[in-house]
Design a protein around this ligand. Structure first.
Ligand SMILES: *Cc1c(COP(=O)(O)O)cnc(C)c1O
Length: 403
């Protein structure tokens, strides 16, 4: 086989469809967020980021930064190996206790990322619970889909956020161990699941509940415990999974739940056992970030204020944005080539960075800009973004919202 030709022709197809992924080259500057340096062929310039998942700017918070720097000075850089070989680092245990407390659970288990935590936990549960069936929301994240696939358990997909469909499908499965896997905030549409109904349906069928709170931890609930905390449902959910890489501004993933379940995953998950543990400094920084957001509501409130302001300004200009109850503002374009083009022009002419979201991340025809305002975006930043979008809307002949 001519491998090179195969690679090139597949890439050419992606490019022709407008679905080729181009990653901007950026450098964050501590203390300056959401301003970053952007590098391209013509040199280097400052741009404003509007699509970061460091939703609250915690990646630059002084307590978080000093926890990481101080720990590197004290403990060095890496963990020195897997926990299996090098032992539990004390700072990993401290972080796990913090996470268990965050969700009101007995135990927590750390992974190197949220992706790995979903992949490892779902593949272990699905593979090691005899005859299990996993019922997965149709919009679940790739990491859950891959974990379920790897488990080789039977999978049933239920309609997005449709608890009645879930109920029917649970009934149809009959007397087998059932796992219901879903998310709280879905990051592309920014919609929030009907958690109480889902939990009640799962309870009625004796199913185990597996909840991804990746886009909600740090962001919702009085202590940042996510939508399950905000709605008082955390104690009714068997496993809560989250990331330390988005609102907490660091890196890593975790699951929380009963001591036996976490020990079961720890004992059987290849994605936990055979990979080097997170650096202790990363664990210390994540602990500092979680502790801060347990006590402080300032960042969450400022974030919500920015979202409301941006939505109101978009409305004033008739720029269509998908309604939802979360912190994510999807601005709909509906065409992959235009979506890419608008993103390019925003960067080149306006100093604004918003990554286009195209297929396969979202369905064809629903291409969008996914905007995530944070507490550090100023009124002037918002005005500048809206001016740019209003100008482009006219130039690129994109439909306005009907008033
Ligand atoms: C980003 C994401 C993950 C993966 O988390 P990382 O820590 O980035 O690996 C898992 N689930 C959802 C819904 C996500 O959006």
């Amino acid at each position: 086989m001519d491998f090179e030709r195969h690679f090139q022709s597949e890439l050419a197809t992606l490019k022709a469809e407008g679905n080729y992924r181009i990653f901007a080259e950026l450098q964050r500057k501590c203390g300056a967020f959401p301003k970053v340096r952007h590098f391209d062929a013509s040199g280097e310039e400052e741009v404003t980021v509007w699509c970061s998942n460091d939703y609250l700017g915690m990646g630059h918070h002084p307590d978080v930064v000093s926890a990481m720097v101080d720990t590197v000075r004290e403990c060095g850089t890496g963990a020195g190996g897997t926990r299996n070989i090098s032992g539990n680092n004390h700072l990993h245990r401290v972080l796990e206790a913090e996470l268990a407390d965050l969700h009101g659970k007995e135990s927590a288990l750390l992974f190197t990322s949220g992706y790995v935590s979903n992949w490892a936990a779902l593949s272990t549960l699905g593979a090691r619970i005899p005859n299990a069936v996993i019922l997965s929301d149709e919009k679940n994240h790739a990491s859950m889909i891959e974990g379920i696939r790897h488990s080789r358990a039977d999978k049933v997909i239920w309609k997005h956020n449709d608890w009645r469909d879930l109920d029917r499908k649970l009934k149809a499965v009959g007397d087998r161990p059932k796992i219901v896997a879903f998310e709280s905030v879905y990051s592309m549409d920014g919609d929030i699941c009907p958690m109480r109904e889902i939990v009640e349906v799962a309870e009625a069928h004796g199913a185990l509940t597996y909840l991804d709170e990746v886009h909600a931890v740090g962001m919702y609930g009085p202590r940042g415990g996510g939508i399950s905390e905000e709605r008082g449902l955390a104690h009714r959910i068997d496993l809560i999974e989250g990331t330390l890489g988005k609102a907490y501004g660091v890196m890593g993933g975790y699951v929380t739940g009963s001591t036996a379940m976490c020990d079961f995953i720890r004992s059987f998950a290849s994605g936990f056992i055979f990979t080097t543990a997170l650096p202790p400094a990363v664990a210390a920084a994540a602990t500092a970030s979680i502790r801060h957001l347990k006590a402080s509501d300032i960042e969450r409130r400022a974030q919500r204020d920015r979202v409301a302001r941006l939505r109101a300004r978009l409305d004033a200009h008739g720029i269509p944005h998908m309604p939802n109850d979360s912190h994510i503002i999807p601005v709909m374009i509906g065409d992959p080539v235009k979506c890419r083009m608008i993103s390019d022009i925003l960067m080149r002419d306006w100093g604004i960075y918003v990554q286009p979201i195209n297929y396969p991340t979202v369905a064809k025809g629903t291409e969008r800009l996914r905007i995530t305002p944070g507490p550090l975006h100023s009124d002037a930043d918002i005005d500048h973004l809206v001016d740019a979008l209003a100008t482009l809307w006219t130039q690129c002949a994109i439909a306005h919202a009907v008033a």
